[in-house]
Write a protein that binds this ligand. Structure first.
Ligand SMILES: N[C@@H](CCC(=O)N[C@@H](CS)C(=O)NCC(=O)O)C(=O)O
Length: 289
């Protein structure tokens, strides 16, 4: 089993990429999240020498791999049936080219529009350099679709590591209401609706405190992704289910949805389900089953 160390899900865009490389391709991983800019972060990273950034993984044989592009390539080699890159050579080459450009570039957009999955703003007045990055991104996105003849939601045919690398750009378009054309908006919506992205964001909404450095005072709007079905945390059971839908352990924390009460074995699993019930198939099987 792989181990993965990540930062705050709400803010760490590279961590999102690292985790999607597993979750979106069905590769099991044991994930630990630690808040960035804390002593705990330094300690946790110290257990993955010589890594200096998250995400970082440890393989079953104990090799540490940091840097998202290295993680993507090594996982693709080790898990050939997972389909991280397109199978056709031409589409694979385009996907690799796109991921590499994302990994190396777009500093202005990344600096000005830091990822924040907990907010969405009506206007953020991005500077020219960030808008130029955005224009280049739109150009390479639509170029990739044409070259690979992709007519579905993703850049190079089926969802691939190239899409993983741009998921945090989709998140920035959503958070900062960045001015993009209809094709890029549709691509953003595809990411916001992707089951793995929804699970990540549900966890990002409830795990770890807000970090003040990411706060912006722009006017706010609702998150432009799929609206969660209503659910709330409640103090007491009894729940319809005796064992947690995720772990199978006895239930201790409760939520109410559609006037029914369900139980979970810890607060985080309850709260991530409250944040977006439909992101969690095991819970939806209880609700609809
Ligand atoms: N090139 C690296 C970038 C990773 C990175 O910058 N991670 C940030 C979090 S998003 C980090 O670890 N920051 C903590 C620090 O630099 O101390 C990659 O592709 O993974």
């Amino acid at each position: 089993m792989y181990e993965l160390l990540i930062g705050d899900r709400a803010y760490s865009s590279w961590s999102l990429r690292g985790w999607l490389l597993f979750d979106a391709f069905g590769i099991p991983v044991k994930t630990t999240a630690v808040p960035m800019y804390t002593a705990d972060f330094a300690t946790a990273l110290g257990a993955f020498p010589p890594a200096r950034t998250v995400p970082v993984i440890r393989t079953a044989e104990g090799t540490v791999i940091s840097d998202t592009i290295a993680i993507a390539e090594e996982l693709a080699s080790r898990e050939p049936s997972a389909g991280l890159w397109p199978a056709a050579p031409a589409a694979r080459a385009v996907a690799r080219r796109l991921a590499a450009e994302m990994h190396a570039g777009f500093a202005a957009l990344r600096d000005y529009c830091t990822m924040n999955l907990r907010a969405s703003y009506t206007d953020s007045s991005p500077p020219e350099a960030a808008l130029a990055d955005l224009a280049r991104i739109e150009t390479i996105w639509s170029g990739a679709r044409q070259e690979t003849m992709s007519n579905g939601p993703w850049l190079c045919g089926a969802y691939s590591a190239a899409d993983v690398f741009f998921a945090p750009i989709a998140a920035r378009i959503a958070t900062y209401n960045l001015p993009v054309g209809p094709e890029a908006l549709a691509y953003m919506q595809a990411h916001l609706s992707h089951p793995s992205f929804r699970r990540w964001r549900a966890m990002a909404m409830v795990d770890l405190p807000d970090q003040a450095v990411y706060r912006r005072d722009y006017p706010r709007r609702p998150w432009p992704g799929p609206a969660p079905i209503p659910a709330e945390a409640v103090e007491q059971g009894p729940a319809e289910n005796a064992s947690c839908p995720y772990s199978g352990r006895p239930v201790t924390h409760f939520l109410k949805a559609e006037e029914r009460v369900f139980g979970f074995c810890n607060a985080l699993c309850r709260d991530k389900t409250v944040a977006d019930p439909e992101a969690w198939p095991a819970f939806m099987a209880l609700l609809r089953g």
